[in-house]
Design a protein around this ligand. Structure first.
Ligand code: ZN
Length: 296
């Protein structure tokens, strides 16, 4: 399967995006999500929760406005094991990426000013030179969010950003595909995130995105669980459970997810045994049926 993690960025002037790996190995194509339609009244409703803020681009130094979500507005509906939060009313993830329309530099807002001089030069030569710009509607939706997160990820790859930054970006793209109920593409980005967080765990100092060592270990385990790699998931959960000086809350989360894997595996085993038993019974019945025709 061909994979294009940056599909959808062509309109922004970004080209040569086929077969670019976030962690230098991607060559499979990602299917682009269908464009969702937003009901007009929903847009009007969301506008109330958004305001503009002026920021300065660290690359080209121009000032521009970014859209911000009022901090009191989002309401948490549910939280997933990998820290994804499902929001009511307005979705802060949609507004998480800031794009400088002048030079094309794009980043998750938390990292926006984290850029070194040599990285600015990389953005100028490899992105600004091709950047065509784009105007977005007042209210963003999940597909716009995917495009913006991908643009931020592409910037991170170009500027040779830390693995944690790319991994967090991949994780957030995966969450957007989860929201879109596109399981296959979600798994593609979760797999990328696993690779990046594994590298960050070895080569970077915590805290990373508010995560200490044990939280990051838990997250890696949970991402493995989500892509169906129970073996690696259990290894990381066990590290958290048996570790010293680890917060009880994160230990409990690891225990819960480890038990969950066990439960799923037991259910699968039971289902398989039942299927085998049924098959055996059917064979026996058949034999019983034929034996009536033949003498022993
Ligand atoms: Zn700029």
């Amino acid at each position: 399967m061909d994979k294009n993690l940056f599909a959808g960025l062509e309109d922004l002037g970004i080209d040569n995006i086929n077969n670019i790996g976030v962690f230098k190995k991607a060559d499979e194509k990602v299917e682009e999500a269908d464009t969702a339609k937003i009901v007009l009244s929903q847009i009007e409703k969301e506008k109330i929760h958004i305001y503009d803020k002026e920021v300065k681009c660290p690359v080209c130094e121009s000032t521009f406005k970014v859209r911000m979500v009022k901090s009191a507005s989002p309401r948490v509906q549910k939280k997933d094991g990998d820290f994804y939060i499902k929001y009511d009313i307005v979705n802060p993830y949609f507004y998480d990426v800031w794009i400088c329309n002048n030079c094309g530099y794009s980043s998750m807002k938390v990292d926006f000013n984290k850029i070194k001089e040599y990285q600015k030069a990389l953005i100028s030569t490899k992105i600004t030179s091709k950047w065509q710009g784009k105007s977005y509607p007042e209210v963003f939706d999940v597909n716009i969010a995917i495009e913006r997160y991908k643009l931020a990820l592409y910037n991170s790859v170009i500027m040779e950003a830390a693995s944690s930054r790319k991994a967090m970006n991949c994780l957030k793209i995966a969450w957007m595909y989860r929201l879109n109920e596109d399981k296959d593409t979600e798994l593609v980005f979760l797999t990328e995130a696993i690779e990046g967080f594994n590298d960050a765990f070895i080569n970077e100092a915590t805290p990373l995105y508010g995560m200490d060592d044990s939280t990051l270990m838990y997250l890696i385990g949970e991402l493995y669980r989500r892509v169906g790699d129970s073996e690696n998931a259990n290894i990381w959960f066990s590290k958290v459970i048996s570790g010293r000086n680890i917060d009880q809350k994160i230990k409990e989360m690891a225990r819960t997810q480890k038990d969950f894997i066990k439960e799923v595996e037991q259910n699968n085993k039971r289902a398989q045994e039942e299927a085998e038993e049924e098959e055996e019974n059917t064979t026996r019945e058949k034999k019983g049926f034929f034996s009536r025709f033949f003498s022993k």
